[in-house]
Design a protein around this ligand. Structure first.
Ligand code: FES
Ligand code: FES
Length: 80
């Protein structure tokens, strides 16, 4: 079984998050509800990463799954 995530998109997904709400970032890249988990990671060995928003904000979640600052985009998609 490979542990390389699928590149959902070579760029971030902007999301307006709500303070106190939890979000489950898709680490496997298989979800149809990017950048969030939809359960498609079943049997891939991946599991979602929980992110809890501290304040209302527009955040940029990584779509390429290669970020070094998961779950946020850190620009690593530019090197893919
Ligand atoms: Fe993954 Fe930017 S989208 S690092
Ligand atoms: Fe990708 Fe759940 S669908 S981690």
């Amino acid at each position: 079984m490979t542990q390389t995530p699928k590149i959902a998109k070579k760029g971030p997904y902007p999301v307006d998050v709500t303070a106190g709400k939890s979000y489950f970032w898709c680490t496997c890249g298989q979800s149809d509800n990017q950048p969030f988990c939809d359960g498609s990671h079943k049997d891939t060995g991946f599991s979602p990463m929980k992110y809890e928003a501290e304040k209302d904000a527009k955040l940029f979640f990584c779509g390429c799954k290669a970020t070094g600052k998961a779950p946020m985009c850190d620009g690593s998609h530019n090197k893919l």
